[in-house]
Ligand binder design. Structure first.
Ligand code: ADP
Length: 607
């Protein structure tokens, strides 16, 4: 669509350039033509004027006057003929002749020629009637005898008001015609009837420039002005009128020609100059091409400018968009930063909260541990009471007996009894000491970094559970490697062992052949202590919920369901773990995985 518009604009510019240049060139050509027309007109007028005097001259001569007075005198006719031939030769005209008042030829310069006019009646010729009316006659016509075209000039002879005869001279205009031969131009001379009487192109001669009216044709037939010539209508079609005198025409469908008209002064005749316009057209074409190219160039320039402007505006828009995006980005970054710092603050608050919660949890855990321990102590309390009551009863009996032995003077027996009493007291002290140590809360210094000798911890646990061991009486296998140190607080390790061995003893209650095995072995850089019993083993439900706090299968008052949970927690805290399984040969099997530590004899005195 745009291409079509561009093509149309270029075409329009070309057409305008063509028209402008063509009209300009035609105007210049017209100016040159007018000059030429003027020159030709002047040449023609002066040529015709050259013969104006001839007819009038004849009226002055005696020979002509006497001939008119005695037209039938052969000597006078002879003399007149001689005279007319001499004048004709001198003036360079075609024929000179004299008519009487009726229009009959009395004498002629061509009297000797066989086709001479002598005696001919030429009264029908207009040059005769004009002169007979006392005027000068001018007439272009074609001769009736030899069909020779010529310009006839006539003048009355004698009295102007009643002429006695008419003098006529016929002039050939061909020499003028010959001067008109030009490459690019055609000159036409048309007479009062619009008939071409002279033409640079002979084929145009005796053609009619404008349509001849029927009455005119009739008159011409009568006066034989063109001697029965056909007088065809010339195919001169107008193309465009340029001014009053100038127009573009086409001759016989040839290329357009510039036609210029000028009146021949003093006559009814017209000179028409036809000039070729091919040069003007060539100039117009090149101007049109130039205008087209120039327009195309200007359009291209405009298009380029437009593209440039669009690119610039697009670039500006892109920059603006970029700046906006940048601003948006900065705003988002600021927003995100604010969000992040808010989140960070929130996180820090949460961390602080977690730390607080952990501390609370630890406290709760410590509380739980303590509760677990106290539960174990409670469990043990009956046994311990029994343990202490026995020596107390023995002490009472022994001390009464000792008193009696001292009264009897049996010092030896009394001393032996006192030795036994001291032993019993020491044993009781050991029991209470162990209990105190077990029930004690770990100190504020924490438990981290402390070491426990494994065999001591096992011994202490077994000692604490002595009463219950006595009750169950299991076959005890104790395969503990000596001098193994564990990176764990001794008090806590003992608590774990009391829990696990206590559970085993519970499982063995009522067993006809109870058996308790304690083994150690090192594997994968870890120290493993297995406590195995030959009780009923772990039920499926117990297996699934073993480390759940407060899960117990024991009757109320006997179990809290905290033992395994706490034990696993303690081991986890020192980097170890607790594994439970059922032995293929029956019974439960608990394995403590412990972080070992190098044996350091000094640390044995740590608790
Ligand atoms: P409690 O001893 O107070 O019940 P624990 O956490 O120590 O709490 O034990 C939870 C449960 O695990 C026990 O009630 C018992 O059912 C089971 N259990 C623990 N050890 C053994 C074992 N050696 N043999 C069989 N069952 C056991």
């Amino acid at each position: 669509m745009a291409m079509l518009a561009l093509a149309m604009m270029i075409g329009l510019a070309g057409a305008m350039g063509y028209r402008y240049s063509y009209d300009n060139a035609l105007a210049r050509q017209g100016e040159r033509g007018q000059v030429q027309l003027r020159l030709y007109g002047q040449a023609l007028s002066s040529e015709l004027a050259r013969y104006d005097y001839v007819p009038s001259l004849l009226s002055l001569d005696d020979k002509i006057a006497t001939l008119l007075a005695h037209p039938n005198d052969p000597a006078r006719v002879e003399a007149a003929n001689q005279y007319l031939a001499a004048v004709n030769a001198r003036a360079g005209t075609r024929v000179v002749f004299v008519l009487d008042a009726r229009g009959h030829v009395l004498a002629t310069s061509n009297w000797q020629r066989p086709d001479s006019y002598l005696g001919e009646d030429l009264s029908f010729r207009p040059y005769f009637s004009d002169a007979a009316d006392g005027q000068l006659g001018r007439f272009y016509g074609v001769g009736t005898t030899r069909s020779e075209p010529g310009y006839y000039l006539s003048a009355p002879l004698g009295d102007r008001h009643k002429p006695s005869g008419v003098a006529v001279v016929k002039v050939g205009l061909e020499p003028l015609e010959n001067r008109w031969q030009g490459a690019d131009t055609q000159m036409l001379l048309t007479d009062e009837n619009g008939v071409v009487i002279l033409a640079s192109d002979p084929s145009l001669k005796l053609g009619a420039l404008k349509p001849l009216a029927p009455e005119l044709r009739e008159r011409l037939q009568h006066n034989l002005q063109y001697n029965r010539a056909a007088l065809p209508q010339l195919e001169l079609t107008p193309v465009r009128k340029l001014s009053d005198s100038d127009a573009l025409v086409r001759l016989r469908s040839g290329p357009p020609m510039l036609a210029q008209n000028a009146e021949l002064v003093g006559t009814d005749w017209h000179l028409t100059l036809l000039t070729n316009t091919s040069q003007a057209r060539v100039a117009a074409l090149s101007t049109a091409a130039l205008a087209g190219v120039l327009t195309a160039f200007l359009l291209l320039l405009a298009a380029a400018w437009n593209v440039r402007r669009r690119i610039a505006s697009e670039r500006m828009a892109a920059r603006a968009a970029l700046e906006a995006a940048n601003g948006e980005l900065e705003r988002k970054v600021a927003e995100r930063t604010a969000d992040l710092s808010a989140a960070n603050q929130h996180l820090q608050a949460e961390i602080a909260e977690r730390i607080r919660a952990e501390a609370t949890l630890r406290q709760a855990q410590d509380g739980l541990l303590q509760a677990g321990k106290l539960a174990a102590v409670g469990q043990m309390s009956t046994g311990i009471a029994h343990e202490l009551n026995q020596p107390l009863a023995a002490l009472r009996t022994l001390s009464g007996n000792t008193q009696k032995f001292l009264e009897r003077g049996d010092n030896a027996t009394a001393q032996a009894n006192l030795g036994t009493i001291i032993g019993l007291v020491e044993r009781m002290g050991r029991i209470t000491g162990a209990l105190k140590s077990f029930a004690r809360k770990p100190g504020n210094g924490g438990t981290a970094g402390r070491l426990a000798p494994l065999d001591d911890a096992v011994d202490n646990a077994l000692f604490l559970l002595d009463t219950r061991l006595q009750a169950v009486r299991p076959a005890l296998v104790r395969e503990i490697e000596p001098d193994l140190m564990v990176a764990c607080d001794p008090n806590r390790l003992e608590q774990v062992l009391v829990n696990l061995i206590g559970n085993a003893l519970d499982a063995l209650a009522g067993n006809p052949e109870p058996r308790l095995e304690l083994h150690t072995h090192l594997a994968g850089g870890k120290l493993r202590l297995t406590i195995r019993d030959n009780g009923p083993g772990l039920s499926e439900e117990a297996f699934a919920r073993l480390f759940e706090p407060f899960f117990t299968t024991k009757p109320a008052g006997q179990g809290l369901g905290l033992g395994l949970t706490l034990s696993a927690g303690i081991l986890d805290e020192v980097g170890g773990s607790l594994e439970a399984s059922n032995h293929p040969d029956g019974g439960a099997c608990f394995t403590l995985v412990l972080p070992p530590a190098r044996l350091d004899p000094e640390s044995r005195h740590g608790n």
